[in-house]
Design a protein around this ligand. Sequence first.
Ligand SMILES: [Mn+2]
Length: 256
Amino acid sequence: MSAEFLDDSVIDAYDTRSLKEEQRLSHERTIFVGDIHGCAAEFEALLDAVVFRGGRDRLLLTGDAFTRGPDPLRVWDLIGETRARMVLGNHDDRQLRQLRNHAAGREPRFKHEDQRRTFQHLQQVSADLLLWFNACPLYIEEEDFLLVHAGIHPEKGLSGTSRDEFLTIRTWPPMDDIEGPRWHDFLSPLEGRSLLFGHDAPGGLVLRRERDDQRPWLLGLDSGCIYGGALSAWIMEEDRLVRIDSRQSDGSRWWR
Ligand SMILES: [Mn+2]
């Protein structure tokens, strides 16, 4: 059919429908992966364990992919190979600021020596990384799920969550301590959707269901790989958790 027989509105409607159809068919499984923190070997082992199939599965990351761990550059390569998407984490946000400063000819600021090391390790891909970070959203929302890095405001919900809360919320009420009740202890389940988050390695893996025959309504996937715990993934369509033991020695000196 030639486009000259269709007016613009018909073409728009057609394009929209075909795009949605394509998105729906373009992946068979949606695989969420917790905070990788430069642990490339565990990430690779996890991709093997879930039998990740490029072009058929899609990968969604909870953020904080690069800092602290041994091989951020390899993580970057794996993200490219798998075409993973990610929500921005607080560590990514800091890296983003460092990369912007660097790109503007200013000296990036590093709070820890570890941040400088990560920056240098990724220097050869810094332009691409900056573009990619700039495109990472604070949340990814679909019919079946909501993905954030740290969490959402337990009373105001998604639309009332500030940028800072998306990146760093942990306890509720917010405290500087890593101990204490969590934001999700005060949250009602989202209607028919799984809420996935990372960031809370001290809180460990979280999985809550309302009913056994339903997908979890809450999933915390940061099981502290960089601190000697594990790297966790959840395959939504199979409702299956996969864990890879950490190969890092305990580095619990920095939680944030
Ligand atoms: Mn974090």
